[in-house]
Design a protein around this ligand. Structure first.
Ligand code: GLC
Length: 740
């Protein structure tokens, strides 16, 4: 009996310890408590460890406590292949080929928030399946100059469009328990001197143009991470910039996530401690040499920080605050046992990529109804251009991918045309015959022995008796052709493409130019070519999406997310400046003298110069008629709103989608304002003959401008115009009301 008593008392004594799950592991407890409990258990060294990288793309967990490490990955368009521990080069895995989704300019061009949600969910599933906890994207830097090498990764010139499109993307990715890391915060609007450009911009421009998409990402998207940008602002690097990170991001917007440096964007320990950085990645050490025991220990937030604490020079308050944020990221990701499991290279993902591509392609011009191409009855279709065959998913910088498959435009056209149609291919020009990035090779042999003239002669010869000629050109994500760390050097198409296009136009009047790019290009031949299509870097399903639209299987519904200027001299960043393409080793001040007049905000005010194609422009294979817009009231109270409604009818013979755009203009204001600014859009699908009423509610927020002196948004009483438009230069109706 005595022994039974002893055993029972021992078990009872042990029971609480056995049953008592530590708070930081107890999923029934609020995350805040779990964070504090974990923080209280961590040693100083463990705290220092979790705030900086331990490999090229990962940061440590707390192994002793069973808290997993965090794995980050590029990029915004697909999940980057595995790299070596300390290198950019490939790890040589064979299970990391992915689906390449369309570049974000294409997503923006869909003007469809559902597409953004589908995109984010699909990308997040691929990240989750690859066991990545943070996607380094999306990028939402505003398109200020058509020379910016990374515009293809971003969502265009308008802060409202970028804001609306980034929110569902973030929610989609994070629904998988994977963090987005919205970048590059802030004012990273060109690539030349990206590490040493000090941007000078007035507050009004900052708040009205360059911040809104980031603010929406934080306050509506709820992004769990933000990436600081390489450049400087107010003479401080943006990866540790008290004004942008502490005052604005946290102070004004209430951001509760982590601030991650760009790779190599950290430059100073004291600033990194005090001015807003939480996680340091990619500092210029390769983890193999230099520094202390290993280079990651010599990171700015590593040993140097530890020494400052041990010497008493700094306390641990800032460290604890950083670690709290990192722990919150962990509980949102690696510590969440209920995260979905993800999926990769699924037919659903290919279908999503194809659908987004088809919704983003923009029909710029279609005179004489050359498009759609009759791919069922044509006898001969000639396809010309290197971009019809060149893989585009490799290259362009950190968003480069290793895909499971990529359908080229030529493959897509051939597949769609089928056996009965002769689809002939001619190179037309030679662009970039390389095909490798960080050890990922396309495997293509694009070598060509013919001269430029011979290539043109051969293409022209084939064009003479073709029913259609489809020229597929543009840029190609090689250096200076839409590529990270290298801006373009001119607005024109490279590799002599203009000459090829002119030669083809001279011999065949059913010429279609398909421009593949993430930036505007000049088109000196625009009046000689009956049909022009803007096809973005669409990724794995490029050929299918392009053939879907060219054949008419999909009715194009994309709208331009940025202006196509006729000449670089028409762009305010190049008129007033400052933009300099001159590399420098010193800090280069670049003043955004164009101010708020970016894109259509500028072209609307010009009488002489007109853009080649305007922001919001995009045609369809059907036609839409807009009724007169109607207001529910003409006097709006300060805390009220007005609702404008318009009936849109499909007056054509086939189903189509239209993006109805709503802009607001302030008749009279104490500060200069653009003629109109985008404040609403809705994409609707209409059958032939079908009508739909589209309504927009306008509140004081939509009427406000940022008053830098009062440091707040102001809606001044007076008259306002509401423009209902099919494009920024295609207003279909206008109504006026008064704000009391
Ligand atoms: C790059 C880019 C950033 C990317 C990071 C990691 O330099 O600026 O967008 O996510 O480094 O590759």
């Amino acid at each position: 009996m005595k022994y039974v008593y002893i055993i029972v008392s021992l078990v009872l004594a042990a029971a609480p310890a056995m049953a008592q799950t530590p708070v930081y592991l107890d999923e029934t407890r609020p995350v805040g408590e779990r964070i504090e409990d974990a923080l209280g258990r961590m040693t100083l060294e463990e705290k220092i460890a979790v705030i900086h990288a331990r490999s090229k793309f990962s940061s440590p967990g707390v192994a002793r406590l069973g808290i997993p490490e965090i794995w980050t990955t590029d990029g915004p368009h697909g999940i980057r292949p595995e790299v070596l521990w300390d290198e950019w080069d490939q790890a040589g895995w064979t299970n990391d080929s992915c689906v390449a989704f369309p570049a974000l300019t294409c997503l923006a061009a869909t003007w469809d928030e559902e597409m953004a949600a589908l995109y984010g969910k699909s990308l997040g599933e691929e990240a989750r399946y690859r066991k990545k906890d943070m996607v380094l994207g999306p990028g939402v830097n505003i398109y200020r100059t058509p020379l910016n090498g990374r515009n293809f990764e971003y969502m265009g010139e308008d802060p409202y469009l970028s804001a609306r499109m980034v929110v569902p993307y973030i929610r989609g990715v994070q629904s998988n328990g994977v963090a987005t890391c919205v970048k590059h915060f802030a004012l990273n609007n060109h690539e030349t001197n990206r590490h040493n450009t000090n941007v000078i911009v007035d507050d009004r421009t900052l708040y009205e143009i360059y911040l809104p998409a980031f603010k929406a990402a934080v306050q509506e998207g709820g992004t769990w991470a933000i990436m600081g940008s390489y450049n400087l602002y107010k003479d401080r690097h943006c990866c540790h910039n008290a004004h942008t990170l502490n005052d604005i991001l946290r102070g004004e917007w209430g951001f509760d996530g982590v601030v991650v440096s760009d790779w190599g964007g950290t430059h100073d320990t004291d600033q990194a401690i005090h001015d807003g950085l939480d996680m340091e990645f990619g500092s210029w050490t390769d983890g193999l040499k230099g520094g202390y025991r290993n280079a990651y220990d010599s990171y700015y937030l590593a040993y140097p920080y530890l020494e400052r604490i041990r010497s008493g020079e700094v306390g641990t308050e800032e460290l604890d605050e950083k670690v709290r944020r990192v722990l919150r990221l962990m509980y949102r990701t690696v510590m969440d046992r209920n995260r979905p499991l993800g999926s990769m290279c699924s037919e659903a993902h290919y279908a999503a990529a194809r659908r987004i591509g088809g919704e983003g392609i923009v029909l710029l011009k279609n005179d004489g109804g050359v498009l759609p191409v009759d791919m069922d009855h044509a006898r001969k279709i000639l396809v010309v251009g290197e971009n019809a065959v060149k893989m585009m998913t490799v290259g362009g910088g950190s968003s480069s991918l290793k895909v499971q498959r990529e359908i080229s435009p030529l493959e897509g056209i051939r597949e769609r045309a089928g056996e009965g149609v002769s689809v002939v291919y001619e190179r037309g020009y030679v662009g970039d015959v390389t095909g490798e990035y960080n050890g990922v090779t396309t495997g293509q042999d694009l070598s060509e022995s013919r001269s430029a003239d011979q290539l043109i002669a051969d293409a022209v010869e084939q064009a003479r008796d073709a029913d259609y000629v489809i020229f597929v050109g543009g840029l190609n994500k090689s250096a200076h052709q839409d590529c990270e760390d290298s801006d373009r050097v001119s607005l024109g198409l490279p590799y002599g493409q203009d000459k090829v296009i002119e030669a083809l136009a001279a011999v065949n009047d059913r010429l279609v130019v398909v421009n593949i790019s993430g930036n505007a290009v000049s088109m000196p031949w625009v009046s000689d070519v009956p049909a022009i299509v803007q096809a973005w870097y669409i990724g794995s399903e490029a050929g299918h999406a392009i053939a879907d639209v060219l054949s008419g299987d999909v009715n194009p519904s994309g709208k331009l997310p940025f202006t196509f200027p006729a000449r670089l001299e028409d762009v305010p960043a190049h008129i007033f400046g400052e933009y300099t393409g001159v590399p420098s080793r010193d800090t280069v001040d670049i003043e955004y003298k164009d101010g708020i007049y970016v894109g259509y905000r500028w072209t609307d005010l010009q009488k002489k110069t007109r853009p080649l194609f305007a922001f919001g422009h995009g045609l369809s294979y059907t036609t839409f008629e807009y009724g007169e817009p109607v207001l529910d009231k003409t006097l709006m109270s300060r805390d009220g709103s007005v609702t404008v409604s318009v009936v849109v009818t499909n007056t054509g013979t086939r189903e189509g989608q239209e993006v109805v755009q709503m802009y607001v203009g302030d008749r009279k204001s104490s500060l200069p304002r653009p003629l109109k600014e985008l404040k609403g859009f809705e994409k609707i699908r209409l059958a032939p003959g079908e009508s739909r009423t589209v309504s927009f509610t306008v509140g004081t927020d939509d009427l406000s401008f940022f008053d830098p002196d009062r440091h707040e948004w102001v809606a001044e009483p007076g008259k306002f115009d509401i423009y209902i438009a099919a494009a920024s230069d295609d207003v279909r109706g206008k109504v006026t009301f008064e704000l009391e």
